[in-house]
Design a protein around this ligand. Structure first.
Ligand SMILES: [Zn+2]
Length: 265
C-alpha cells in the first residue's frame, strides 16, 4: 500500500483560481462572466477608495462578491515598503476591518499593491492576520507556492492566456496537483477592449470534471489541511485534525478523510 498526495477536493487532480485587484466598477462585469461559467475568483480590494470614481460602492460589495472571496489590497494602495511601519500596519489592518464589515467573514488574504514587497513586509503579515499574499511575478507554470506569503501566479491574463489554458488542459497525470493561477485587473479588459478574451478563457476552462474551481483562500486552506494530516509511525492510521475534508491517494485511488476523522488503512 502506498500513499500519495495528489488530489484536490472530490478527488480532482487540478485547480484553477483567479485573482483580480483594485475593486474598480468593471469587477461587476467580470463577476458576471465568472458566474456564467462557474469560475471562482478572489477580489483584492482597496476599501479606502470605495464610493469614489471609478471604484465600487461599499454598499454593493457583499452581494457582488457572493461565492467569491473578498481579500485585502491595502486601504489606499501605497507602496507598502515605502511608508512608515505604523502606516503600513494601518493600511493593512484597517483595510481588513472595513472589508470584514462588508463581507461578514474574517478577511485573511492579500495581494501586494504594485506587487511591491520586501522581507520586512512579508514577516509582518502573520502579525496582521494575513495568511497569504499574491505577487505579480508570473512563473508560467502550474506549481503550488513554496510560501503562501509570496504567492507567485501562473500568468497575467495578457500573458498568452489561451495558450496557457491549452497547456493546463494537457498536463500529464504525473504532474502533482497542478494549479492554474491567473491575475489581473478588470479595468484592463475595458481599457484594451478585450472582454472577449476572458469570456473565451472562462468558456474554455469551465465544466471540466478534473478541475476544482476555487478562490485563493480555498486553495490555501486545502493545501494546509493536507499538510496537517497526522500519520501513525507505521503509516496505517491517519487523523485529519483540520476543519475541512482532505482527499489522499491510497494505491492510486482517492480516499476522503473527513474533518476530525481518524481512519485505519
Ligand atoms: Zn493594485
Amino acid at each position: 500500500m502506498y500513499i500519495t498526495f495528489n488530489y484536490y477536493p472530490e478527488g480532482k487532480r487540478k485547480a484553477l483560481t483567479m485573482s483580480y485587484d483594485d475593486g474598480q466598477i468593471h469587477d461587476r462585469r467580470l463577476v458576471d462572466v465568472f458566474n456564467k461559467y462557474g469560475i471562482k475568483g478572489t477580489f483584492h480590494l482597496n476599501s479606502g477608495k470605495f464610493d469614489t470614481e471609478p471604484f465600487l460602492n461599499s454598499s454593493e460589495i457583499g452581494d457582488l462578491f457572493k461565492g467569491h472571496e473578498i481579500s485585502a489590497h491595502s486601504l489606499n494602495h501605497p507602496f507598502l515598503t515605502m511608508v512608515p511601519s505604523d502606516v503600513m500596519i494601518e493600511e493593512i489592518l484597517e483595510d481588513r476591518r472595513r472589508l470584514e464589515d462588508l463581507a461578514g467573514y474574517p478577511v485573511r488574504g492579500m495581494s501586494y499593491p504594485f506587487g511591491n514587497y520586501n522581507e520586512d513586509l512579508v514577516k509582518a503579515l502573520p502579525f496582521l492576520g494575513v495568511e497569504y499574499s499574491r505577487t505579480v511575478q508570473s512563473h508560467g507554470g502550474f506549481r503550488l507556492p513554496d510560501n503562501f506569503l509570496t504567492w507567485h501566479p501562473t500568468c497575467h491574463h495578457d500573458q498568452n492566456l489561451l495558450d496557457q489554458c491549452k497547456k493546463f488542459k494537457n498536463t500529464s497525470e504525473w504532474d502533482q496537483m497542478p494549479l492554474f493561477y491567473v491575475w489581473g485587473h478588470s479595468f484592463e479588459f475595458e481599457r484594451n477592449n478585450n472582454w472577449e478574451l476572458i469570456e473565451e478563457f472562462c468558456k474554455m476552462v469551465s465544466l471540466d470534471e478534473n478541475v476544482w474551481y476555487a478562490t485563493n483562500i480555498e486553495i490555501m486552506d486545502y493545501i494546509k489541511a493536507m499538510k496537517n494530516l497526522r500519520f501513525s509511525v507505521d503509516r496505517k492510521m491517519i487523523f485529519n485534525p483540520s476543519s475541512i475534508p482532505v482527499w489522499i491517494a491510497v494505491d492510486g485511488q482517492p480516499v476522503k478523510i473527513e474533518s476530525g476523522q481518524r481512519i485505519a488503512l
